[in-house]
Design a protein around this ligand. Structure first.
Ligand code: GLA
Length: 729
């Protein structure tokens, strides 16, 4: 078992293949955090420090001992009001209006297998590969109990955490914050990396030293957002891809979140992550329990590459589910950038015919096929086919596409409603708005109240009807605005603060119902591209449209940032037309292809507009992607350059047995008489020889990893290259 408990000393150890996590109950029953890092096999309590710090008070039982302060000690789960002035993880307002908690150890439970969370997505693993530890803490004064849950997946160096708050008292209380993770790191120098951006420019990396005080990455938009991703890295200042210490945490949640990191008065670090407390109030009636979403944690002592590999594996194998979890994804063609709203059946058939001829597997009909939707001002909510555009309906269209040897997929934006729609005219009360205030519109649309059971029923019924009406193999689940005007008639005025979280619970319930009812369908998540790119959505949709920016150069940066936590198979990525529709940039079609191949691959243009030689290239790209698909999706992904800083982007896929290697690169700007660019490969077997398919040259793994290799000479801007190495024996 990966969990070791010493009842005599109160030490709890969570052991994974390469890491160790320790906490310990002290003489006052307080649970201290001792360690998260390399395996030490040693009780790390000796590192605790008990300074007498002015203005850091002492718990009553400590009497005259001024050295025991909850404000200076590393705690396993911090709370408000008990003399720890750092970031609290949990706070409740009791029935008398006070809001202090004083949490002391009660008991523990260790079980085989991984816990699940009611109504929320979580990492799953069977009993042979996972263990659960639950530690119950209780407030000294009220009957509030906090259960800290730890899931340990030993072989993946993964620890998950979540928390349950139970009210065993006779009166209701209000939870005002309940973080999923509190991690105190008392020693060492740390920097942080977060993933910021905007629409069409998601997950840009930013690495910063920690400043004294609090730094934050968060979203109050009702979704995990384009602007900040619910993932964070702490790393030692010397940490690189291949060396140094780092801790990664990602919140498996698709709503408003907050990550806060504090560098305190004693240079200790506290990381707190969970539902955004500004967007959260929860009434806990007597005997009720509230469950937080889950955080997935990993530590690497040998750099960020290993950390990313740990996250890629856990998300691909223990978060994503269903038929397509590990299966090769169909190469798709999406009509959005080809036609926008301006299409009819003939246009779609023409696009499909050309795509089928070139080897595409699936045609996705994007926005505009339903209701009255000729632009983005109307129609959302009316999920029935527009027969003026598509004579004979979806069934006929799907049949024709199937007859070409392709599957058929459809776009939905279930959570939205246009004011100009039948749905809104019939049920204006289903849109989120505050009575007596005008709602904020975004992309002309309003948001449906997903906390309302009737809304979820309507969506389940209408979407199911469409999915049963034709042969549909794929659904793109879009969500194209941030949420505000939080108010629902389904909750009392005192409980409106529950709405943002209940929205996410409603969304998850609907996704669970639909994905279970249609297990053969591949669901792809989307929110104006990657505005809801999180492990919560990946539990229902094994891939997510990465960004509305399809420019190959910009995508190297977006996909670089995405790769720190999310596996390549989760990244929806397409070749689009040039000049690019978001930036006007012109890149070679091969550059667009290699960039899109670092994902779940497809096309987003009218292939009829290409020249004959470009069409041949497309045909060949699809053959190549099918050949490399298993290596790209099942192999290990390496970032060989940092496109945020370097003059080129290079990435590498290595098969599990390390005998096949694919390197793709884009040199951003070719310079005359330039020195050629040099890279070192990683993850190969040093003693064996590899043949480079492009020229037949043979190199040893050691030479390629230590001496490296020159990138092929470039010509023109955004010059792509591919190097495919296969072990000789
Ligand atoms: C969002 C998506 C696009 C496309 C449009 C349709 O922006 O990210 O891919 O589906 O909506 O309106």
């Amino acid at each position: 078992m990966a969990i070791i408990i010493n009842e005599e000393t109160g030490l709890f150890q969570l052991i994974t293949k390469n890491t160790e996590y320790q906490m310990k109950v002290d003489k006052y029953g307080s649970l201290k955090h001792l360690w998260y890092g390399e395996k030490t096999g040693y009780d790390m309590e000796y590192l605790l420090n008990f300074p007498d710090v002015g203005f850091s008070g002492n718990i009553y039982e400590a009497g005259d001992d001024r050295t025991y302060s909850l404000d200076t000690l590393p705690l396993e789960y911090s709370c408000e009001g008990g003399g720890d002035y750092r970031i609290p993880a949990v706070a409740v307002t009791h029935s008398d209006g006070s809001s202090a908690l004083d949490l002391r150890y009660q008991s523990y439970r260790a079980i085989k297998g991984k816990y699940g969370i009611n109504g929320l997505p979580s990492v799953y693993a069977d009993e042979s590969e996972s263990d659960t530890l639950e530690i119950i803490l209780k407030d000294t004064c009220s009957d509030i109990e906090i259960t800290l849950k730890y899931g340990v997946i030993e072989k993946l160096d993964i620890i998950t955490r979540c928390v349950s708050v139970t009210n065993n008292s006779a009166d209701p209380v209000t939870i005002t914050r309940a973080a999923s993770l509190c991690l105190d790191i008392p020693h060492g120098d740390w920097e942080w990396i977060h993933f910021h951006g905007r629409h069409a420019m998601e997950r840009q990396t930013e690495r910063m030293p920690l400043n004294h005080g609090i730094q934050e990455s968060s979203s109050t938009r009702g979704t995990s957002s384009h602007q900040q991703n619910p993932s964070v890295l702490l790393c030692s200042p010397d940490c690189t891809e291949t060396s140094g210490s780092c801790i990664g945490a990602t919140l498996m949640y698709s709503g408003s979140f907050q990550t806060k990191i504090q560098l305190d008065q004693l240079n200790q670090v506290r990381l707190v992550m969970g539902i955004h407390p500004d967007m959260f109030r929860w009434e806990l009636k007597p005997s009720d329990t509230f469950d937080t979403p889950e955080v997935i944690l990993s530590y690497s002592g040998c750099g960020m590459e290993t950390l990313s590999h740990n996250f890629h594996r856990v998300i691909r194998e223990h978060v994503c589910r269903g038929k397509y979890k590990l299966a090769e994804r169909p190469v798709l063609i999406n009509n959005w950038e080809a036609t926008y709203f301006d299409f009819d059946e003939q246009k779609i058939i023409k696009i499909a015919e050309q795509a089928a001829e070139l080897g595409v597997d699936l045609l996705v009909l994007d926005d505009g096929w339903f209701g009255k939707r000729d632009d983005d001002c109307s129609g959302l909510g009316d999920w029935f086919v527009n027969e003026e555009k598509l004579h004979g309906g979806l069934g006929k269209l799907a049949e024709k596409i199937n007859a070409m040897g392709m599957k058929f997929g459809l776009w939905f934006e279930p959570e939205m409603v246009s004011e100009n729609s039948n749905l809104y005219r019939e049920h204006p009360e289903w849109a989120i708005k505050i009575p007596s205030r005008n709602p904020v519109k975004s992309r002309y649309q309003l948001v449906l109240d997903m906390t309302n059971q009737e809304v979820r029923e309507y969506l389940f019924d209408t979407i199911s009807k469409v999915l049963n009406s034709a042969s549909i193999s794929y659904v793109k689940w879009d969500m194209n605005r941030s949420i505000c005007d939080w108010y629902t008639p389904c909750l009392s005025s005192a409980n409106q603060g529950e709405m943002p979280h209940r929205y996410v619970l409603g969304l998850y319930e609907l996704l669970e119902r639909l994905t279970s009812a249609f297990p053969e369908i591949l669901f792809e998540g989307c929110s104006g591209g990657g505005g809801r790119f999180d492990a919560g959505m990946l539990y229902y949709c094994p891939q997510i449209w990465c960004s509305d920016d399809t420019d190959a150069y910009e995508r190297t940066k977006i996909q670089y940032g995405t790769s720190f936590f999310y596996p390549v198979s989760a990244v929806g990525s397409h070749v689009s037309a040039v000049p690019n529709h978001q930036t006007g940039r012109v890149t070679p079609i091969e550059t667009r292809a290699v960039t899109a191949m670092a994902g779940s691959f497809g096309y987003e243009l009218d292939l009829n507009t290409l020249s004959e030689s470009e069409k041949q290239e497309v045909k060949e790209q699809i053959i190549r992607f099918k050949k490399y698909g298993p290596l790209i999706h099942n192999g290990s992904y390496y970032r060989l350059s940092n496109p945020m800083k370097d003059k080129f982007a290079v990435w590498e896929f290595v098969s599990e047995n390390q005998k096949e290697v694919l390197v793709h690169s884009v040199i951003f700007h070719t310079e005359p008489n330039h020195t050629q660019y040099h890279i070192r490969l990683r993850g190969l077997l040093p003693e064996i020889n590899y043949r480079l398919a492009e020229n037949g040259n043979i190199y040893s793994g050691s030479a390629l990893m230590n001496g490296g290799i020159l990138l092929p000479e470039s010509w023109g801007d955004y010059a792509p290259a591919e190097m495919h190495f296969i072990a000789e024996n």
